[in-house]
Design a protein around this ligand. Structure first.
Ligand code: ARG
Length: 457
C-alpha cells in the first residue's frame, strides 16, 4: 500500500477494496492545475506570514512547478492507490523534496483545498462557456441578417400559426442565449469567492492571511464563515442549473432543426458535413448532431438532480458524500460547452429552403389572421371578423381553393365588407410587414432588433 495522508492513528492498513471504492483520483485528477495553483498561493501566504521559511516555500513552489509539468506531459500518471489528486501531488512532492513537503499543508485541510479547486475550476468553465455562447450569439445575428426577409411559418401547438420573418425566429433564440450568458455572469459573483483558509471547517490556530491567499488566486472576495466555506455545494448546483437551462434551450432548437430537416417539413437542409447516414438504408440523411444535443440535455438534467440529492440531508459540515460532486460538475461543464460549440457550427451548416418556403407561406391557411384583421380595418367587430374568417377557412379546405385564390364574389358571400383590396393583404410578406407592434415579426422590427443585438455581442 502507498502512503495515505491520514493513516497515523490506525494500526491496520486500509483495506484495498475500501480504498478502491473511495478513491476519486480517476475523476479529480482533472483538477491538478487548480490544485497546484491553490497550493502555490497557500504556501506563498504561509511564507509571507512567517509560518514557513522563504527557503522551504521556494522549494515547495519549485517542486509543485515540476509536478505540474510531469502531470501535463504524462510522465507522472496518477494511480488510484493515491486516493485523490491532492494525495498524488503531495506524495510526489515528498519524493522530490523530502520532509519539507509536509509543510505545505500547514493550516489547510483537503476540505478547503478541494472547495478552492472546485471554485477555480468553475470560474474557468464559466468564462469558457460564456465565450462559446458569444460565438453562438454571433452566428444567430448573422442568420437573422441573412434571413431578415425570408418568411417561414411561426408555430403554436406545432400547428402553422402565422408567417414570420426567419430573422425574428433566430433572434428569439438570440435572446434566450443572451440571458444564459448573463446568468453565468450572475453566478460568477457567488462562485468567485475563496474558501481557502477555512481549513477542515473550524479555521486554524495559525495566523493565516486568508485575504492574501484569496487575492493571490484572483478571487473577488473571501468566505465569511468557515463551516459554510467547506460544506456547501450550492454554487455547483447553480452552475449545473445554468448548464441545464442552456441545454434546454439548445434542445428545443435542436428539435426544430430535426423537424424542419425532415421530408415532411422540408424547410431546411443540413449540409453533408454535419449530417449522418444509415448503415443499411442508403437514402437516409439524419440530423444526429442535433439529436445528440437533445439527448445530452437529459444527462445534464440528471447531473442536476444527482447534486441536489447528494446534498439533501447532509449534516454540517464536510461529509465525504460531497466527493461525488465532481463527476456531475465536470460532465455538465464539458457536455454543455461541447454542445454550445458544436451547435453554433451546425447552425452555420444549415440552409433554409427559401423558394419552397415562399411558395408554402403564400398559399397557406396561416394567412387567415390577415383576413380577420382586414375585416377589422373595415370596421367589422373582431369577434365577427373571426367567425367570418373561420367560415372562409372551412370553405377553402372543402373546395381546395387556397385563400389568395378565392374569387372576390366568393369572399363577398361571407362578408360584404370584402373587396378587391383584400388580395394585397393575402401575401405572406404583407402579412409579416403589416405588424406594427413593438418587437414584432416585421422586417423593420427585425432590422431594429438586429441593431440592438449587435450591441450585445
Ligand atoms: N477527495 C475528497 C473530496 O473530494 C477530499 C476531501 C477529503 N476530506 C476528508 N475529510 N476525507 O471531497
Amino acid at each position: 500500500n502507498k502512503e495515505l495522508l491520514w493513516q497515523s492513528r490506525f494500526s491496520e492498513p486500509f483495506d484495498r477494496g475500501a480504498l478502491l471504492f473511495s478513491s476519486s483520483v480517476h475523476v479529480d485528477k482533472k483538477l491538478y492545475r487548480e490544485d497546484i495553483r491553490g497550493s502555490v498561493a497557500h504556501v506563498t501566504m504561509l511564507a509571507e506570514e512567517g509560518i514557513v521559511s522563504d527557503r522551504d516555500a521556494a522549494q515547495i513552489i519549485a517542486g509543485l512547478g515540476e509536478i505540474e509539468v510531469e502531470l501535463s506531459s504524462g510522465s507522472l500518471v496518477p494511480e488510484w492507490e493515491d486516493e485523490d489528486i491532492h494525495t498524488v501531488i503531495e506524495n510526489r512532492l515528498k519524493e522530490k523534496i523530502g520532509a519539507v513537503a509536509g509543510k505545505l499543508h500547514s493550516g489547510r485541510s483537503r476540505n478547503d483545498q478541494v472547495a478552492t479547486d472546485t471554485r477555480l475550476y468553475m470560474r474557468r468553465q464559466i468564462e469558457e462557456l460564456q465565450g462559446a455562447i458569444s460565438g453562438l450569439l454571433k452566428v444567430l445575428v448573422e442568420k437573422a441578417e441573412t434571413h431578415r426577409d425570408t418568411i417561414i411559418f411561426g408555430y403554436t401547438h406545432l400547428q402553422r400559426a402565422q408567417p414570420i420573418s426567419a430573422g425574428h425566429y433566430y433572434l428569439a433564440y438570440f435572446n434566450m442565449f443572451l440571458r444564459d450568458r448573463d446568468r453565468l455572469g450572475d453566478l460568477m459573483k457567488r462562485v468567485n469567492i475563496s474558501p481557502l483558509g477555512a481549513a477542515a471547517f473550524a479555521g486554524s490556530t495559525l495566523p493565516l492571511n486568508v485575504k492574501r491567499s484569496a487575492e493571490l488566486l484572483g478571487f473577488d472576495d473571501l468566505f465569511a464563515n468557515s463551516i459554510d466555506a467547506v460544506s456547501d455545494r450550492d454554487t455547483v448546483i447553480e452552475f449545473i442549473s445554468a448548464c441545464s437551462v442552456i441545454m434546454m434551450h439548445l434542445s428545443r432548437f435542436a428539435e426544430d432543426l430535426i423537424l424542419w430537416s425532415s421530408y415532411e417539413f422540408g424547410y431546411l437542409e443540413i449540409s453533408d458535413a454535419f449530417a449522418t447516414g444509415s448503415s443499411i438504408m442508403p437514402q437516409k440523411k439524419n440530423a444526429d448532431i442535433a439529436e445528440l444535443v437533445r439527448g445530452k440535455t437529459g444527462r445534464v438534467y440528471g447531473n442536476l438532480m444527482a447534486m441536489l440529492t447528494i446534498m439533501k440531508g447532509l449534516p454540517l459540515s464536510y461529509n465525504r458524500d460531497m466527493q461525488e460532486d465532481k463527476q456531475p460538475l465536470f460532465d455538465s461543464a464539458e457536455t454543455t460547452l461541447g454542445s454550445v460549440e458544436i451547435f453554433a457550427r451546425l447552425l452555420e451548416h444549415t440552409r433554409l429552403k427559401e423558394e419552397k418556403l415562399a411558395k408554402l407561406t403564400n398559399e397557406d391557411l396561416s394567412l387567415a389572421t390577415e383576413i380577420a384583421e382586414y375585416l377589422v380595418r373595415k370596421q367589422v367587430p373582431f369577434r365577427d371578423a373571426h367567425r367570418i374568417t373561420g367560415k372562409i377557412v372551412t370553405w377553402s379546405i372543402a373546395s381546395g381553393v387556397t385563400l389568395p385564390n378565392i374569387p372576390v364574389e366568393q369572399f363577398r358571400e361571407f362578408s360584404e365588407a370584402i373587396d378587391e383590396d383584400i388580395y394585397p393583404a393575402l401575401k405572406a410578406d404583407a402579412s409579416v410587414n403589416s405588424k406594427k407592434s413593438h418587437g414584432s415579426c416585421s422586417f423593420n422590427s427585425v432590422a431594429k432588433q438586429i441593431v440592438e443585438a449587435r450591441k450585445k455581442l
